[in-house]
Design a protein around this ligand. Structure first.
Ligand code: PRX
Length: 645
């Protein structure tokens, strides 16, 4: 644990929107007078009709409800585009940087983006999409991803973006769960010089689940199968659509999007966000966390398939009139300088990325960074997983040349936007700590077993004691699961699934998930999901999956697999099973280690002792604890003796 503290640099203290004194004053006000505080902050949004009630929330089962800005009417797409046309119409909204630096990029001004979005909104309407319909988007990091999302929001359709790295099986499950009748995709994606067969994946998914329409954007131009009745080319449809489309009036609590995320049990759940609170919350946090002012070039390197891409590529920045870089590629293609070359090319001032990318680049040596200029950078951000002090130091010292504060933002798909985070002009930084709560956020630590609130400097399960505007509102189609997952363990509180430590200065240090969710390269993965993919293989009888420390990914996936009696546990089968998981879920779920386990450590009542499996995965055999209560203690010796190195 680092003891270093980096005070707010003088020029940030002098110029930032939120200074240390302002932080304390506003934070106190946001708790003491939430009505007043949120009434003021809600002015950042253009409301068609004003709301009547700022907040109506109960976390208790009997009268459970979460509502913000009730009665208010707005359109979030109009807030992201139309209202900027007069002042920022000719200002770049999206500067698109392609995977291959030698191919031309694209810049869309706010006016151009607005026209594309309106036209595509008409395409959606022409294809039968109506307010409330779910639209599945399976696109790479190209402007069309943002265009499709905003077009949905414009007509009140609910988008469900599926990360373009997910498999056809995973895509089919998500289409089915939200009963979407339309998929928007591209012929292929491009990442690091390799193509991703998106249309072929959609075709494979649609062998399992039916939709009425597929709209295909021609990106790489490669040949793809085309179903004459079902499929439509994006460019053909755009050509005949009108460029004007009035935004529909949405209620503050009308659904905006569904985004599937992994939990500790069962299938991924559809996290549902609504319109008004999410608009205020993403815009406010984007402005304060990044100290954003129009004209500055901002770059969030997250994919639109994840919540960071929703809140900090599409909605937050565009509502704030930002000019941003959107990057199709990966940090190490064509070489390990790519991030910093893009920074130099577009004079990026604010850069926001995941620690896993930084750790991967850090291993390649400083020269890839120092050979670039980076003098435009003023502020750095981190998101998605704990940033270890070594990576923090490298980011700060080498990338930011000690001049750029790092905002380590803790949040979740469920929280909509940053919850615990520094602000560059307000927060002295401690490497590895997400620091203090955002306005309106009341974190607390509870004793994981007893559920009692813990005071002072201590560790515990991280809960949030009251609602904030961008909180998810339900699990799509399963409101009971929403309550059970987040509000039943510690009654009266939202349970985050994370553990945390609070130090004597009130700073929070997120220690990672304390449920059966693992965080692989900043991507959430449910161990149960990987297990169920494995047991679907005809030769597998049982599987147990745990996280293991991984130098670059943060956590890796360690799978213990018991095969059917009589199966030969060969190297070929091991490879086949690893490929099987990739095919079932996607490359991000690839097990790093797959160990054949003739038996799994179970209690006499049949419960798998995951604690022991985690220790073996961590290669920490000294501390396996008491194994005498196991039904068959010998299985542990076997697993230890045969752990692949
Ligand atoms: O464990 C926490 C970790 O990522 C989880 C949320 O994952 P997801 O919903 O995919 O959203 C990621 C992008 C917001 C959290 O429960 N996490 C996220 N940010 C941080 C973090 N852990 C430590 N520090 C962070 N800054």
């Amino acid at each position: 644990m680092s003891e270093q503290v980096f005070p707010v640099p003088d020029h940030w203290a002098e110029t930032a929107k939120i200074t240390e004194a302002e932080y304390h004053e506003r934070y106190a006000r946001s708790l003491a007078d939430p009505e007043g505080f949120w009434s003021a902050e809600s002015q950042r949004i253009d409301w068609i009709e004003p709301y009547e009630t700022v907040k109506d929330v109960s976390y208790h089962e009997a009268d459970f409800r979460i509502g913000w800005f009730l009665g208010g009417k707005l359109n979030i797409c109009a807030n992201a585009l139309d209202r900027h046309l007069e002042t920022l119409g000719d200002t770049p909204a999206i500067i698109w940087e392609p995977d291959d630096p030698d191919t031309p990029g694209r810049t869309l001004t706010y006016r151009e983006l607005h026209e594309q979005v309106c036209t595509f909104a008409n395409v959606l309407k022409a294809n039968g999409v109506e307010k409330g319909d779910r639209v599945t988007i399976y696109l790479p990091m190209i402007p069309e991803a943002a265009i499709a999302m905003l077009a949905c929001a414009r007509i009140g359709a609910v988008h469900s973006v599926v990360f373009a790295g997910f498999s056809p099986e995973a895509l089919a499950g998500r289409i089915e769960d939200c009963q979407s009748n339309i998929v928007i995709t591209a012929d292929e994606g491009l990442r690091g010089g390799k193509t991703v067969p998106l249309k072929a994946n959609v075709d494979a998914a649609l062998e399992k689940v039916e939709v009425g329409r597929v709209i295909v954007y021609r990106h790489t131009g490669s040949d793809v199968d085309f179903h004459a009745v079902r499929d439509v080319w994006w460019h053909d449809a755009m050509e005949v659509a009108a460029p004007l489309c009035d935004p529909v009036t949405m209620d503050a609590e009308d659904p905006l999007f569904i985004l599937y995320t992994s939990g500790s049990t069962g299938k991924p759940k559809g996290v549902l966000h609504t319109t008004g609170g999410y608009a205020v919350w993403t815009s406010m946090t984007h402005e304060y966390v990044f100290d954003y002012r129009p004209g500055q070039v901002y770059w969030c390197a997250a994919d639109v398939g994840w919540v960071t891409g929703h809140s900090y590529v599409v909605y937050g920045p565009l509502i704030n009139g930002a000019t941003q870089v959107m990057f199709e590629g990966v940090p190490n293609y064509p070489d390990h300088s790519r991030f910093w070359q893009v920074v130099d090319k577009h004079k990026v001032e604010i850069f926001y990325a995941a620690p896993t990318a930084l750790r991967a680049l850090m291993r390649e040596g400083d020269d890839w960074v120092t050979r670039t200029d980076r003098s435009s950078l003023r502020l750095l951000g981190s998101v998605g997983e704990p940033i270890n002090p070594e990576a923090w130091d490298w980011y700060h010292r080498v990338v930011g040349e000690r001049r750029c504060p790092i905002v380590d933002t803790w949040w979740q798909t469920e929280t909509g936007a940053a919850m615990i985070t520094p602000m560059p002009g307000a927060t002295a930084l401690k490497p590895g700590s997400a620091s203090r709560p955002m306005f309106g956020v009341q974190p607390a630590l509870v004793d994981p077993e007893k559920g009692t609130l813990l005071d002072g400097a201590t560790s515990g399960a991280l809960v949030i004691t009251d609602s904030w505007p961008g909180q998810m509102r339900t699990v799509y189609g399963d409101h009971d699961r929403f309550f059970q997952t987040y509000f039943s363990q510690y009654p009266g509180y939202y349970f985050t699934g994370d553990g945390a430590r609070r130090d004597e200065d009130g700073y929070y240090w997120i220690t990672g998930r304390i449920d059966d969710v693992i965080n692989v390269s900043g991507h959430r993965m449910g161990t149960a999901e990987v297990e169920s993919a494995l047991v679907e293989h005809p030769l597998v009888s049982e599987a147990a999956v745990v996280g293991m420390p991984h130098e670059v990914k943060g956590q890796g996936i360690y799978a213990y697999v018991t095969t059917n009696a009589g199966t030969e546990d060969s190297e070929d089968l091991r490879k086949e099973l690893v490929q099987w998981v990739r095919k079932e879920i996607g490359p991000i779920a690839t097990p790093d280690i797959l160990q054949f386990a003739p038996g799994l450590p179970k209690t006499r009542s049949g419960k798998i002792m995951r604690r022991i499996l985690r220790k073996i995965a961590e290669n920490d055999m000294s501390n396996l604890g008491d194994t005498s209560t196991l039904a068959d203690p010998a299985v542990v010796d076997d697993l230890v003796a045969n752990r692949p190195q």
